[in-house]
Design a binder for this molecule. Structure first.
Ligand SMILES: [Zn+2]
Length: 243
């Protein structure tokens, strides 16, 4: 069972970990910082370094309780310690994007009582579809103003792990389709934007809404009677701000 560092510390961008097994042509580490994708958030990119080798991460995926890493080039042996380095610029952009989408989700639920029916996320942009009947003429401007107010409100974003029974008693969680979680899961990880949004979520988020920065509503359209699509974009950092 791989220890999921990204679940408790999304800001961890480098770690040294031991290879515990090989699986399907990839390697399993005792712990990992690489998000394997899921809940709409794409998998991380990065590399591994060990005794003179540098290998780019080709793919990272969940396989049962393990996270399997496929590499471009040679594989480290079982027992070997490797240094893992995440493509931090991309991951941090995804963290900000993911939190921005939860802000949008929280505002639409609070002000319109509409649930999310689908979505998509890329580094720096994303869209959500809502069970919403109509949009006013100034809908996009209104939404943009309200979600940016939540960024400026600097709301803390908290991650919690709850026993399954406890989680199933929280009305906000039931709303976000917690019922879809597999039966066997004993605990539920939640992401809460204090005072705005609470969801069962496995993704990586920033610690405060003010890290998201300005959000633009770049598209809004009707996809049907009870289906409205909103696409947002956040500001990407300049190349020389990379680390
Ligand atoms: Zn999410």
């Amino acid at each position: 069972m791989t220890e999921l560092i990204y679940h408790s510390d999304s800001y961890s961008r480098e770690v040294k970990a031991r290879v515990v097994s090989g699986s399907e042509g990839g390697v399993v580490l005792e712990k990992t910082i690489f998000y394997p994708g899921g809940g709409g958030q794409p998998a991380d990119e990065g590399k591994m370094l060990w005794s003179g080798y540098v290998a780019r991460l080709d793919k990272v995926k969940k396989a049962g309780a393990d996270i399997v890493h496929w590499l471009h080039g040679p594989l480290p042996e079982v027992g070997q310690f490797v240094k893992c380095k995440i493509n931090w610029q991309r991951r941090y952009l995804l963290m900000r994007t993911h939190t921005a989408l939860h802000i949008l989700c929280g505002v639409i639920w609070r002000d319109f009582g509409a649930q999310v029916t689908g979505g998509n996320m890329e580094p720096g942009s994303g869209r959500l579809d809502f069970e919403l009947e109509s949009m006013s003429g100034d809908f996009a401007e209104q939404i943009e103003e309200r979600i940016n107010a939540e960024v400026q409100a600097a709301r803390p974003v908290q991650v919690n792990v709850l026993p399954r029974q406890e989680a199933f008693q929280i009305p906000d969680l039931i709303r976000t389709k917690i019922n879809l979680l597999p039966e066997g899961i004993p605990e539920v990880r939640t992401v809460e934007i204090a005072g705005l949004d609470l969801q069962a979520d496995g993704g990586t988020h920033v610690a405060n809404t003010n890290e998201v920065g300005p959000i633009k509503v770049v598209e809004h359209k009707s996809k049907g009677r009870m289906n409205k699509r909103i696409r947002i974009q956040i500001a990407e950092p300049e190349a020389d701000e990379m680390s």
